[in-house]
Design a protein around this ligand. Structure first.
Ligand SMILES: [Fe+2]
Length: 161
């Protein structure tokens, strides 16, 4: 028996997480892409895949809100911690955490699902802010990219709530 959906409920999302169409990946930096899955403008939160095809330090950043991650492929670590997130690992990043995301030399590609609340605050080595991302800047990046690759600005709308 099917349930009934409340008229105020937002539409569900169900997509193949790792896309077959390369254009769905939004370039973030040299060798770094993200794939939007859910862009939650109601609560300032988003879910995406991060794909990295280069080794070394990617970013030093702070989260004022919690982050949950699940490693789909490859591995990475934070310079500030002893553990390594491997394929199949779950990671919880607590509010207030500052860390430096690094991919090891012998990892050709890593793909990780992240559920991020609030924003990402990018920092230099002296903890000075050098950038900020939130759900709205992610949506803007997606729109620009999807126009450029011919999917159209509204391609991102299916992920926005
Ligand atoms: Fe983080």
């Amino acid at each position: 028996m099917k349930g009934s959906t409340h008229p105020l409920a937002v539409p569900e999302i169900a997509v193949v997480a790792v896309p077959s169409d390369e254009r769905v990946w939004v370039p973030q930096a040299e060798g770094v892409w993200f794939r939007p899955l859910m862009l939650n403008t109601r609560q300032g939160q988003w879910c995406n895949l991060l794909r990295v095809r280069r080794a070394g330090i990617l970013s030093r950043h702070l989260h004022p809100s919690p982050v949950h991650g699940y490693v789909i492929k490859g591995r990475w670590h934070y310079l500030e911690h002893d553990w390594v997130a491997e394929t199949g690992s779950y990671v919880f990043e607590p509010p207030g955490e500052i860390h430096t995301l690094t991919v090891p030399e012998d990892c050709e590609e890593m793909i990780t699902f992240f559920n991020i609340s609030g924003c990402m605050i990018y920092l230099d080595e002296n903890n000075r802010q050098v950038g900020l991302e939130d759900v709205f800047t992610k949506i803007d990046m997606c729109r620009r990219h999807y126009v450029n690759v011919g999917l159209g600005a509204d391609y991102v709308d299916q992920f926005v709530r």
